[in-house]
Each structure stands twice: as structure tokens, then as C-alpha cells.
Design a protein around this ligand. Structure first.
Ligand code: GMT
Length: 372
């Protein structure tokens, strides 16, 4: 099949999942065309069967706001027509679903029928999408989609609760390629961050307020009072300044390391004893899945789709949003005993297998085939 993938090219979860999906489809022999405003960060240098089409918005003095959505729609028309695509798969509803709707309408006038699938990732529904200024267009573009998928049962339900949706929504969860997370522990790397007697706690995100990373710092302080530990924060974003200030206030600066936007997180996960995700909202939590695939137990909130991934009492523990005491208690329960770390880690790895690409890719392929 010839598949057009529309995505955000950044480190955000939706962009990462869309890029990895495209790479996997290309490996299976499909022709994949990525369409977005810059080269997707997770695409790497060269992949057979993969093409990239840049959406370049010209700057005119008239525009306070460059009309990205219009340029994207025109680009979709062009790519579908000239590359003879079979299907468009847009990731993140805003503004990709409405751009795809526009492109599909234009192409219809030209006698070309192309279906589009919208995959809802989370904040397009739970945060941004709930903004009334987007509501009518999002509802329309989701309803008009030839198929809609959501990355968790929770997000599917949230979508029905928040919008007047009369379209079906199929749940196709996030995925990982398990074999990429099978690193043997790199003792040399570990020794760069922690002493022999210290535990390593890790968190990966785009440092947005929704992640509540300040809760991780509070939990870490409590854990550290009982078990000497280091906290590795991977990623970057708007909360960074506030977090550094809080580290100073809590007097934990020397124990918290900011590692920046690592392209490949699997090595850092392989030296971690515990992963933490304290989000206020999280439709799935692909970073928790990556940790689990690496055999790392997870302490997370029980919001959104997280309990569908991190099974409480098996792969780690889940707590109410903001319940620092409970999260610290659970983290200590695991970190006190190497046997607990190993047992939770092994179960986490087993559960992560349910989300292996081998299970998930055929679901997308079947969906494409049903529409073409
Ligand atoms: O929250 C992020 O890290 C980025 C965000 C996005 O919109 O790109 O991620 C969302 O999509 C991911 C892939 O489907 C999910 O795993 C994340 O849970 C989801 N984030 C939220 O719902 C906050």
C-alpha cells in the first residue's frame, strides 16, 4: 500500500508513535510518505520505502498567523495525486484531521477518492481539543473521517464524552519494538550517574505542566531520605526553569540530572531501577511502556489510559494524581529490595509484550485494507 502519514515531527508522543509506525510499515514493504513541516526527529537518516514531503509556509507581511492548515491541505492534494497514495493516516486531530478533510474534498472534485484515518493521541482531545475555539471543527473532522482510532479505551471514552461523535472509534494502542529495549545493563554507563549503593529513578517527557514533574521531585526527595538515589530527567520543555528552582528549594540539585532530549532512551532505561510518570492526564503513556519493555517497574498516576498499561501490583503501582505520599510509599516498597525490582521488572517486560509491534501493526494494516 502507499500510505501518507501526517504528523508533528517533534519529540511529542504522537509524532514518535506516527514516525515509528511509518518505519515499521516501510519495513513490511509498504511505501510510506511522511508529510509535515520539518524532518521527523525519530526518522533517522535513511529508510527504504520512506519519503518525506515538507510543508513550507511562506511568510507574508499580511499574515500575523501563517495559514499552516491550508498549505498542508494543498500539499496533501499534491502528494496524493502525484504519488498515487492509497490512504492518508493523520496523527493528532488538530489541525491534521480538518486538513485531510479539505484535501479529500478537493481530490473528490478531481475524481480521486482517498480515505483518511484520524488517530487521536490524547491532548488533541483532553486538553487542546476541549478549548471551545476548536470544538466545532474537531467534531466535524472526526465525524467525517473514514475511520478513527484512539490509543486507549480511556481516550476513546473521553472523546465520546467531550464531543458529539457519531463515528465509530477503534482502539489501537501505542506499541514498541520489544527487541530494541533488550539492552544488557551497561555498568560503565550506570557508574557515570550513580554510586554502587544508589538507585536510579528515571522520567522522560516534554516537561509540560500536564506531566506534573514537580510531584516527581517531591516523591524523589522522600525516597532519597531513605534510599540514596539519583533522578535522571530526560527531555526538556517549558517547566524546566520551575523544576530547577524547586530542586534548589528541596535541596536535591546534586542528585537530579537533566539529560536533555535524547534521541534514543533505551540505554538510559536499561540502567534505571524505577520509572515515574505523575501526569494529570495521559491517554496512554508510551514512555511508561518503553520503561516496561526495558524491564523497569513503573510508578504512575491512575489517570486516563495509564492503568491500561501499568498494571497496579504487577508492573508497578498506580496512585491518584498528586498523591505524593502514596507514590513515595510505593516507590520505596519496590526500591528497598532488589528482588522486588527484579520481579516487578520481569512482569513489566511480560506485559509490555502485549503492545509489541508484531501485535499492533497487523491491526493498522487490516484497517487500511478495509478502507482502500
Ligand atoms: O504528552 C506527550 O508526551 C505528548 C503527547 C502528544 O500529543 O504528542 O502524547 C500523547 O500521545 C502519546 C502517543 O499516542 C501518548 O502515549 C501520550 O499519553 C499522550 N499524552 C497525553 O495524553 C498527555
Amino acid at each position: 500500500m502507499k500510505i501518507g502519514i501526517v504528523l508533528y515531527p517533534t519529540f511529542g508522543g504522537s509524532g514518535v508513535v506516527a514516525t515509528e509506525l511509518g518505519k515499521e510499515l516501510a519495513l513490511k514493504g509498504h511505501e510510506v510518505h511522511f508529510i509535515t513541516y520539518s524532518f521527523p526527529v525519530r526518522l533517522g537518516s535513511f529508510n527504504t520505502n520512506v519519503y518525506y514531503h515538507e510543508v513550507a509556509v511562506n511568510d507574508y507581511p499580511l499574515f500575523d498567523y501563517p495559514p499552516y492548515e491550508l498549505v498542508l491541505s494543498s500539499k496533501l492534494v499534491d502528494v496524493v495525486e502525484h504519488e498515487k497514495l492509497d490512504i492518508l493516516h493523520v496523527h493528532y486531530a488538530i489541525p491534521h484531521a480538518s486538513a485531510a478533510y479539505m484535501a479529500r474534498s478537493i481530490l473528490k472534485k478531481k475524481g480521486i477518492n482517498i480515505p483518511y484515518i484520524t488517530t487521536l493521541h490524547g491532548t488533541d482531545i483532553t486538553l487542546v481539543g476541549k478549548d471551545p475555539s476548536f470544538e466545532s471543527v474537531i467534531t466535524f473532522a472526526i465525524n467525517e473521517s473514514d475511520a478513527v482510532t484512539a490509543v486507549s479505551e480511556s481516550l476513546r471514552q473521553d472523546t465520546y464524552d467531550s464531543f458529539k461523535i457519531d463515528n465509530g472509534i477503534q482502539v489501537i494502542p501505542n506499541f514498541i519494538r520489544s527487541e530494541l529495549y533488550n539492552h544488557p545493563e551497561n555498568k560503565e554507563l550506570r557508574s557515570k550517574y550513580a554510586e554502587e549503593n544508589e538507585r536510579i529513578i528515571c522520567h522522560i517527557s516534554n516537561f509540560r505542566p500536564v506531566k506534573r514533574i514537580e510531584d516527581i521531585l517531591h516523591v524523589f526527595k522522600k525516597v532519597n531520605e531513605e534510599i540514596p538515589s539519583k533522578l535522571l530527567l530526560v527531555g526538556d520543555g517549558p517547566e524546566r526553569f520551575r523544576l530547577e528552582a524547586l530542586c534548589r528549594e528541596l535541596k536535591i540539585c546534586g542528585r537530579v540530572k537533566y539529560l536533555g532530549k535524547l534521541r534514543d532512551t533505551s540505554e538510559i532505561l536499561s540502567i534505571s531501577d524505577l520509572y515515574m510518570l505523575t501526569s494529570e492526564k495521559e491517554s496512554f503513556g508510551v514512555s511508561a511502556l518503553e520503561a516496561m519493555a526495558s524491564g523497569v517497574p513503573v510508578i504512575s498516576t491512575n489517570t486516563g489510559g495509564l492503568p491500561e498499561v501499568n498494571i497496579c501490583g504487577e508492573s508497578g503501582y498506580t496512585s491518584d494524581v498528586g498523591d505524593i505520599e502514596d507514590m513515595a510509599k510505593n516507590a520505596l516498597k519496590i526500591l528497598r529490595d532488589q528482588n522486588e525490582i527484579d520481579a516487578f521488572g520481569a512482569r513489566a517486560r511480560e506485559i509490555a509484550q502485549r503492545f509489541d509491534i508484531a501485535e499492533i501493526l497487523p491491526q493498522y494494516e487490516a484497517l487500511y485494507e478495509s478502507l482502500i
